[in-house]
Design a protein around this ligand. Structure first.
Ligand SMILES: [Zn+2]
Length: 411
């Protein structure tokens, strides 16, 4: 199983000063900052997925790239732009979520293929149109007319994409996009894509599905799948079901969720092989919008807040695993929550985090370098490093999965 990381221009600054919370004065963003594959000893993914909509922008506004980054991306190509080692694969797609509200995709097959060709992608997904909805009982013809239309559009565009790839003699490996709303419709899409000549097929629109439904689709697809056809699940990581996915022909997946959980999830921020811990929130008095507002409104004393923030960081940095240092840290955190008038207390979760102290035993380079800073929820530099760490945990889980060959004896 191969894991692709969807690019959203997430980098860290290797020269960031944690003690003063400052960037080096002459730092140039993308040039000096580093991607996950550049800061960890082993890249935590086998490939990256780059969406055209993230680079170019789209109907819902600007992309994640500045105009100069975009120009450099086109000039240098995907491999040089990301400074990728040879063994990391590149996969392009349109970012169909970006135009999900449109009747028809506002992108052309030629425009998409230009993007893949000019930027030197190894593989690219045909233009697709996401179907929002799942109904296992709807048939191919008795279903929401919009779903039926979107599936036909996706298949027509896949046909045209394959044709243009061969007419142009493109070096991009074509990946057919399959959309559907039920096991039967997904299986039929895969069948038709195989007839067009696709041996690699990406299944889209499955993110909201329950694992049980995904499996049902995969079982149905398996009935018609040629042995040579490899499946990619777009946007999906369900580690507990991964071995079954592999048995059913899934050879690659992509997802941002382990990365984003580092700072988006309420509590599951720092991942380990068997569970997730809450990161310890120490908001910056200067940089935190909510806190600044409370200070301006006179609800929180700025002096008290700064004092509590400093004391909390000091206590955390002198944490050595002893019960005494743990108590000092928890007392400081409790005081900071009081001064901040936090609506919610995370002290019980912090106690678990400190008791387990998982960063002390993590072999990844970031945890070894930054220690307890890795579990402090504060600003993008710490939060993204924790996200990168989470990717290493996922990569490790995936590498421990049995290979399809090894599983065959049980099938
Ligand atoms: Zn780590």
């Amino acid at each position: 199983m191969k894991f692709y990381f969807p690019d959203s221009q997430d980098l860290i600054s290797p020269t960031y000063d944690f003690l003063h919370d400052e960037y080096a004065p002459h730092r140039v963003r993308q040039r000096d900052d580093r991607y996950a594959h550049e800061v960890l000893e082993t890249p935590p993914y086998h490939g990256i997925l780059v969406s055209k909509a993230i680079v170019d922008g789209g109907v819902s506004g600007a992309g994640k790239y500045s105009s100069s980054q975009r120009a450099r991306f086109y000039r240098m190509g995907v491999r040089r732009f990301f400074r990728l080692p040879d063994h990391i694969a590149t996969l392009g797609d349109n970012g169909a979520f970006n135009y999900v509200g449109e009747e028809v995709p506002p992108v052309t097959v030629d425009g998409t293929l230009d993007f893949y060709d000019e930027c030197g992608f190894d593989a690219g997904v045909s233009v697709d149109h996401v179907i929002f909805g799942y109904d296992a009982n709807a048939t191919l013809t008795q279903a929401d007319p919009a779903w039926i239309r979107r599936r036909e559009i996706t298949l027509d565009l896949a046909y045209e994409f394959m044709k243009r790839v061969s007419e142009r003699g493109s070096h991009v490996e074509p990946v057919g996009a399959a959309q559907g709303w039920s096991p039967t419709s997904y299986a039929d899409s895969v069948k038709r894509l195989q007839e067009m000549g696709y041996t690699r097929i990406a299944l889209g629109g499955m993110v909201p599905l329950k694992t049980r439904d995904v499996l049902q689709c995969l079982y149905e697809i398996n009935e018609i799948r040629s042995p040579a056809t490899e499946l990619h699940l777009l946007g999906l990581t369900r580690v507990d079901a991964m071995e079954t996915f592999a048995q059913l022909g899934v050879t690659s997946i992509d997802s941002t969720s382990p990365f984003r959980q580092a700072f988006m999830d309420e509590r599951k921020n720092y991942h380990t092989a068997d569970r997730a811990f809450a990161a310890i929130r120490v908001p910056q008095v200067d940089g935190n919008v909510t806190l600044r507002r409370a200070i301006l409104a006179g609800d929180v004393s700025q002096r008290d807040a700064i004092e509590a923030e400093r004391e909390t960081l000091r206590a955390l940095r002198s944490f050595d695993g002893s019960p005494r240092s743990q108590k000092t840290a928890l007392d400081a955190l409790a005081q900071y929550e009081r001064v901040n008038r936090s609506k919610k207390s995370y002290l019980d979760a912090y106690e678990e985090t400190l008791t387990a102290a998982p960063w002390l035993s993590c072999p990844c380079r970031l945890c070894r370098t930054h220690g307890i800073e890795m579990v402090i929820f504060r600003g993008t530099e710490r939060n993204k490093r924790r996200g990168f760490h989470n990717l290493t945990v996922l990569a490790n889980k995936i590498s421990k999965l049995a290979t399809p060959e090894a599983l065959e004896q049980y099938v």
